[in-house]
Design a protein around this ligand. Structure first.
Ligand code: PRP
Ligand code: MN
Ligand code: MG
Length: 179
């Protein structure tokens, strides 16, 4: 597995420090609120598991699973809900937890969908932000790292469902995804 990685972009140690910092900020900002952390499967699971333990205020968690609709291209920005939230979100302060904000189409669609359910508030926390690829008008409220437009995997992020279990974020060698 590691032989497929060109370089480590963000080390375990750097991730640990930054997640603790962002967790502390979220804890302050959501003190006295009705926080519901919503992980977007599957990429967010590792970040979610670490971030929720860095949050020291009351928090609930839930997950959504989405897939791009029809053709397999995400360009339409329409996503199909494969697994919805378990409960009504009215009155909750939603924090959408993502591994990466890329084109932004997934989250801008989800945010609109969730807005219609009248939560108190909706914010976004992402491990990685890749602004170079943004097409939707959306930005994270909390972001751990900005990354260049490279093929990043690990800490939840996959290529063809592999590499999610790497404990760091790395850049994949070209020959791996070029076949
Ligand atoms: C990836 C990533 C984000 C989304 C970002 O998920 O985890 O959810 O794409 O892309 P966007 O900003 O261009 O919409 P993916 O659909 O690969 O599913 P996964 O989380 O199961 O890997
Ligand atoms: Mn995802
Ligand atoms: Mg993926």
């Amino acid at each position: 597995m590691e032989q497929d990685i060109k370089k480590v972009l963000i080390s375990e140690e750097e991730i640990r420090e930054k997640v603790a910092e962002i967790g502390a900020r979220i804890s302050e900002d959501y003190a006295g609120k009705n926080l519901l952390m919503v992980g977007i499967l599957k990429g967010s699971v590792v970040f979610m598991a670490d971030l929720m333990r860095a949050v020291t205020t009351h928090a609930r968690i839930d997950f959504m699973s989405v897939s791009s609709y029809g053709s397999g291209t995400k360009s339409s920005g329409v996503v199909k809900i494969v697994k919805d939230l378990d409960n009504n979100v009215e009155g909750y302060d939603l924090l959408l937890v993502e591994d990466i904000l890329d084109s932004g189409l997934t989250l801008s669609y989800l945010r609109e969908l969730l807005r219609d359910r009248h939560p108190n508030s909706i914010k976004i926390v992402t491990l990685l932000n890749k602004p170079a690829r943004r097409t939707a008008d959306i930005q994270p409220d909390y972001c751990c790292f900005e990354v260049p437009d490279e093929f990043v995997v690990g800490y939840g992020l996959d290529f063809d469902e592999r590499y999610r279990n790497l404990p760091y974020v790395g850049v994949l060698k070209e020959e791996v995804y070029q076949g």
